[in-house]
Ligand binder design. Structure first.
Ligand code: SF4
Length: 501
């Protein structure tokens, strides 16, 4: 960082997108040290999704460049649009696709409109303003108005088209956003961290910003504090983790009640969480065992799902079968991994039958998973496939959410209780470095292609299996820690009763 900000630089559609997600991100895009950027699968997933949507939208491959526009091609890519905003600020955009529509332009009896691929369930301000910027620059190029853009989504199942009006209030919003973006790029230091730090997970600057948050003791570092709570605490003069840890919980609770009774009630938990993080210690929350179901279990099934959230598709159900030796120890070396792929063309019924066989082979074994996704989605699948009430009840009784047990029994010195955070704290190492759910989803899409005749490289599948297998083992690593703590608790209780106290 530290380059001199320069007002003469161009404002691009990419900078605008970054700024709409986080003001700091746009600043770092321009002045940040590229070497500190982390690769994220998110952008590649977006491009992959865009490609599939455009293929579904257009009758044939789009043509490239200005010549294609003058010849009236149905779809055009590879254009760089340039212009000035009303304040004389240079603007630039690379539209992902222009689509020919009825109208009259400098090229003849047709015109173009900008198209974007929408990821996620709804159109956002980012989609609208990016379309508006491209529309504004396209108007000048084609010498014809651009009254609307098009957002496409859902390729693969059913293509969804949404027309977006680019006139009126949206142009005013664009002018306002561009002026603020230009102002932020004049700052000599980056704007503050984004209020809602969940956005950071998908950002390539997360390494730099996580280090800043940690060094500053940023309030977002305290588990349980999102943007709204952070704002309330700041209004009460609590600016960082240290302030929160030093606060009196009763007093803070009364002061937080002015924002609503429920906020007052969580004050005690927030202060306690800040204190364990400040002091680097864990705190037991109650005196019951965290995993009593494992005392007599002959084995456990460790279970993890990989999903495509946009397509609402669980494409992999992975199990690790972990049995118990006669002496009561767990045979981790002999544990076996069983991946169940859900191929869309094969239908859900066939997947459910295979899962049912697996579960029925080990009827007395608890099924352990981390987070509620696995239990919710497995039970929903069983319901859709007509499982009887008694089967559903038995399945429900076997499912153990390790994340819920951690949260219910322990306060940990961590800013997140997610599997990656807790298992890493216990020194568990994933075999593949830097892999996350988004990366696994990318591998899946690369392998799946557009259908059975278009399968990708089998390495992609192996990498997904490895990642999923490791998530199952990470879940076990957390369970082992809980079991150890349960053992210590039993020993303490036995010691107390022996001394008669
Ligand atoms: S990591 Fe978070 S705070 Fe940093 S630039 Fe990205 S979104 Fe903004």
């Amino acid at each position: 960082m530290g380059a001199t900000p320069c007002s003469a630089n161009v404002l691009t559609d990419r900078l605008l997108r970054s700024w709409l997600r986080c003001r700091r991100r746009a600043w770092l895009d321009r002045y940040g040290d590229e070497e500190q950027r982390l690769w994220t699968a998110h952008r590649t997933l977006q491009l992959d999704d865009q490609q599939r949507n455009f293929v579904a939208l257009l009758p044939r491959k789009p043509s490239r460049g200005l010549n294609a526009c003058s010849q009236g091609a149905a779809g055009v890519v590879g254009l760089r649009l340039k212009g000035l905003d009303p304040a004389g600020q240079p603007l630039e955009a690379h539209p992902p696709l222009l689509q020919r529509v009825d109208g009259r332009s400098r090229w003849g009896d047709f015109a173009y409109r900008p198209v974007i691929a929408r990821q996620g369930r709804r159109l956002t301000r980012e989609h609208r303003l990016t379309l508006a910027l491209v529309g504004r620059l396209l108007e000048t190029l084609q010498a014809a108005p651009v009254a609307e853009g098009l957002a496409v989504a859902g390729a693969g199942r059913s293509l969804h088209l949404e027309r977006v009006s680019l006139v009126g209030g949206l142009q005013r919003q664009l002018a306002d956003a561009l002026a603020k973006l230009a102002g932020d790029l004049l700052l000599s230091d980056p704007p503050p961290l984004v209020a809602d730090r969940r956005k950071c997970k998908l950002c390539s600057w997360r390494g730099v910003c996580d280090a800043v948050a940690s060094a500053e003791g940023h309030l977002s570092e305290v588990s349980g504090i999102g943007s709204r709570r952070r704002q309330m605490l700041q209004e009460l003069g609590i600016l960082g983790l240290q302030d929160l840890a030093a606060a009196d919980p009763g007093d803070l609770g009364s002061r937080l009640e002015r924002f609503g009774e429920q906020h007052g009630e969580v004050a005690h938990q927030l202060v306690a969480q800040a204190r364990v993080q400040r002091d680097g210690r864990c705190e037991r929350l109650d005196s019951s065992l965290a995993l009593p179901e494992l005392i007599n279990a002959p084995g456990v099934l460790l279970y993890d799902i990989e999903s495509d959230p946009d397509a609402r598709d669980d494409f992999l159900h992975g199990f690790v079968r972990l049995s118990r030796r006669l002496d009561g120890s767990w045979d981790l070396k002999g544990a076996k991994y069983h991946p169940f792929l859900v191929i869309y063309e094969h239908g859900e019924a066939s997947c459910w039958q295979r899962l049912q066989r697996m579960l029925n082979n080990y009827p007395d074994w608890p099924v352990m998973h981390y987070g509620e996704t696995e239990s919710l989605n497995l039970l929903r699948m069983a319901q859709r496939q007509g499982a009887a009430d008694v089967e559903l009840a038995a399945l429900r009784a076997r499912l153990i959410d390790v994340h819920e047990r951690v949260r219910g029994h322990w306060r940990l010195p961590l800013n997140s209780y997610g599997l990656k955070s807790v298992a890493s704290w216990l020194d568990f190492c994933w075999q593949q470095v830097g892999v996350d759910g988004a990366r696994a989803l990318l591998w899946w899409r690369q392998w799946r292609g557009s259908g059975p005749r278009d399968r990708g490289c089998s390495h992609s599948l192996r990498w997904i299996f490895q990642y999923n297998h490791d998530d199952c083992l990470a879940t076990w690593a957390v369970a082992v820690w809980l079991l150890k703590q349960d053992e210590l608790l039993k020993q303490d209780e036995a010691g107390l009763s022996n001394t008669g106290t």
